[in-house]
Design a protein around this ligand. Structure first.
Ligand SMILES: Nc1ncnc2c1ncn2[C@@H]1O[C@H](COP(=O)(O)OP(=O)(O)OP(=O)(O)O)[C@@H](O)[C@H]1O
Ligand SMILES: [Mg+2]
Length: 226
């Protein structure tokens, strides 16, 4: 099933020196179950692509279908619902709330959703190997552990797609590998479709597909052989 379909996507930012073209003629289809690794030089538009595909940023031209629905023409309520129910996000700098415990951070999307089933938070903490740390505060954990909490928080609502923008960018080698293994497991066992931005070419080996951005266009788009 096609989860994301982008056609003739363009993105421009306005700067004092005039408009800057950041994405040019992006045509892309992501199917259920894929694990896409987006690579490319700094400034090539990787983060922008992630934000535009997920509806966080508006495209300047072109069309995006998310779960078959056109992003530009959805109203805010519908878009928020999709974001809350079907999409998870993980960023380079975890963005955990410092005054909430690990468990409370992971429960937060469920509380916002007014879900009665807060048990899901403990289950997913177990899945990322942090059930023993439920009552800790983020500052008491290592960077790698905080990122695992952020992944648990992103996954607690059972999203169909997980977007991750350099989730290992701030971590040491060992913690980075752990995060990639967790993502791989989510992709294979929970069938979560993942679009990951990374600078680390070794991490592309965990993906099923490598997408290379060069100056805002797709350079290479190839299957990763295992
Ligand atoms: N909000 C913005 N306003 C103006 N220009 C922007 C904005 N966001 C990004 N850009 C520009 O768009 C280009 C692509 O940025 P983007 O962050 O998508 O690159 P990237 O590939 O993710 O880079 P990195 O690997 O350093 O994270 C850069 O030249 C950047 O300066
Ligand atoms: Mg970036």
């Amino acid at each position: 099933m096609v989860l994301i379909k982008a056609s003739k996507l363009e993105k421009e930012f306005n700067s004092q020196a005039g408009p800057i073209k950041v994405l040019t003629n992006i045509n892309l289809t992501v199917q259920t179950g894929e694990f896409v690794g987006v690579v490319g030089p700094s400034g090539s538009g990787k983060s922008t692509l992630l934000y535009v595909l997920s509806g966080l940023e508006k495209a300047s031209a072109g069309e995006i279908l998310l779960f078959g629905e056109k992003v530009g023409s959805m109203n805010d309520i519908k878009m928020n619902e999709i974001r809350r129910e079907k999409i998870g996000f993980v960023f380079q700098f975890y963005n955990l709330l410092p005054n909430l415990t690990v468990l409370e951070n992971v429960e937060l999307p469920l509380v916002i959703k007014k879900s009665n089933d807060l048990n899901k938070a403990s289950e997913i903490l177990y899945l990322v190997g942090l059930d023993q740390f439920a009552s800790f505060y983020p500052s008491q954990l290592s960077g790698g552990m905080q990122q695992r909490v952020a992944i648990a928080r992103a996954m607690v609502t059972n999203p169909k797609i997980l977007f991750a923008d350099e989730p290992t960018g701030n971590l040491d080698h060992k913690s980075g590998t752990e995060i990639m293994k967790i993502l791989k497991r989510l992709n294979q066992e929970q069938k979560v479709t993942i679009v990951l931005v990374t600078h680390n070419l070794d991490h592309v080996a965990y993906c099923t597909r490598k997408l290379e951005l060069i100056d805002g266009t797709i350079g290479k788009d190839e299957r990763v052989s295992v």
